[in-house]
Structure formats: structure tokens, C-alpha cells
Design a protein. Structure first.
Length: 258
């Protein structure tokens, strides 16, 4: 088996209710990714959580604008986040490496090819790329909409087989996921516009995105032949359950157009 996966881990998956980094959840996800590596999967991780990680460590006694806050918190938080990934993967017998990127790296041909080659070299060497936006240098004009957009660009650039987007909800619902009357949509045709009526504008608590951007990204990528799954990263064993075909675990899968 030599399937290539891109796994996007959202801020709400890695952040506890008190705003601090959820070390237990991060460790559990690393364990699952390590199990998949042992099965022969190659994996690229697109991670959020740096800003939230830094915010829980730093107390600022003066007012900062949004960009300055992201630069400050991410400068500390990214180091802490990556340290945890490094330690947890090392305990599992795997190496990981950091890739920080900005939106202009996907519009400049030289930068695009350089980062693509870097990830290929890492994957060929058995190293797990951990990708995140470089919030320390990004300004509004150069920021990704969120890491869902970044994950979609990585998925296309590297030609992955499957993109798994982990959030704090089970997938796409026919209404508010908190409403018992809402139904999880298990299989989604990316060409079906009728589902748009169910997608709200609500943003996630700790990240910049929401289900609307996840849905937009997923249908676009699926229409290009890449399988996309939206699932709840807070669920135990979610990654291995999805890839092992556990039919009981809830998630939404976007049909491909291959």
C-alpha cells in the first residue's frame, strides 16, 4: 500500500474549553497517524493550533491589532505545537518535519515547486510533513481563508488520494448539528447545490473557518478526483475507523468524479 493522505486538524480539535492546547487529543491523533504509517500510508498533516497554543501561554498587558496578535501568539505557539508533534511521533518511532507557508508560495511558480519538492523529499525519506500557515509574516492580503483552504491547496499540489478534514462536528448536517432533528449527510455529490441550504455562516470558536468553507473546499477538491472526508477529530480512533471502513463511525464523504 502506498496511498497518500492529507489530514487537516482544526483548531477546535486541538484546543480545550479553557483555550489551552489539548495535549491528550494531539497525542491520540499522532498515535492513529503512526498506526496508519505502519500500514503503509504516507501522510501529510496540515495543523492548526499555533495561535491558540501561544495565546494560552502569553498574557499581553497592552492592546494589539489582529495581525500583531497572530504574529505574537503564533511565534511562541508554533514552537510549542511543533515540539509536541516531534516528541509524540518520536515516541512512536517516526520523524516529522515542519513546513511553514504563506499564500504567495502557491502563486509564485518557483516557491510552489520548491515547497512541493520539499514535501516529496520528506515523504520519500519517511518523514511526516507538518504544515501550517506562517502567521508570523502573513498579513490579511496574504492569509489563507483558513487552514481548510491551505489543506485543499496541499492536496492538489501533492496529488493525494484522500483529504480528511477533522473538525469538532461529525460532518455536514441538514441543520444545526446541535439540533436533534438534524441529520448527518453521509454521502455528498459535489455537484449537488441543494445541500447549500443547510450550510450556515457560523465560524468556528477557535479558528477562522466554519462549515461553509469546509464544504466549499471539499466539493471543489472532490470534483477534481480527490476523495474528501469531514469528520469529528474529537472522536477516539476516528482516523483508523474511517480508513478501516468502520461503518458505525459518523462522517461525511464527498464522492469523487474520477
Amino acid at each position: 500500500m502506498d496511498r497518500l493522505l492529507a489530514i487537516k486538524i482544526g483548531s477546535n480539535v486541538l484546543t480545550r474549553s479553557d483555550g489551552r492546547l489539548d495535549i491528550t487529543r494531539l497525542s491520540a491523533l499522532v498515535d492513529q497517524i503512526s498506526d496508519l504509517r505502519r500500514e503503509g500510508y504516507k501522510v501529510i498533516v496540515i495543523t492548526s493550533g499555533a495561535v491558540a497554543s501561544g495565546r494560552s501561554e502569553i498574557k499581553v498587558d497592552h492592546e494589539l491589532d489582529d495581525v500583531s496578535q497572530r504574529q505574537l501568539f503564533s511565534s511562541v505557539g508554533q514552537a510549542r505545537l511543533m515540539h509536541n508533534y516531534y516528541q509524540f511521533f518520536r515516541e512512536q518511532g517516526f520523524n516529522c518535519g515542519q513546513i511553514l507557508t504563506t499564500k504567495d508560495n502557491f502563486t509564485d511558480e518557483t516557491s510552489y515547486l520548491n515547497q512541493k519538492n520539499c514535501m516529496k523529499v520528506m515523504l520519500d525519506a519517511g518523514i511526516i510533513p507538518i504544515v501550517n500557515e506562517n502567521d508570523t509574516v502573513a498579513i490579511h492580503e496574504l492569509m489563507f481563508t483558513d487552514n481548510d483552504e491551505l489543506a485543499s491547496l496541499i492536496a492538489v499540489m501533492m496529488g493525494v488520494d484522500t483529504l480528511i478534514i477533522l473538525s469538532n462536528v461529525d460532518g455536514v448536517f441538514t441543520g444545526d448539528p446541535a439540533d436533534p432533528a438534524s441529520r448527518l449527510i453521509r454521502e455528498i455529490d459535489p455537484a449537488d447545490d441543494s445541500i447549500l441550504e443547510y450550510i450556515g455562516e457560523k465560524k468556528s470558536t477557535n479558528g477562522r473557518g466554519g462549515m461553509k468553507t469546509k464544504f466549499s473546499v471539499a466539493r471543489k477538491i472532490a470534483s477534481q478526483g480527490i476523495e474528501v472526508v469531514i469528520a469529528n477529530g474529537k472522536r477516539d480512533d476516528i482516523l483508523t475507523d474511517i480508513l478501516h471502513g468502520n461503518g458505525d463511525v459518523p462522517y461525511s464523504r464527498f464522492k469523487t468524479k474520477r
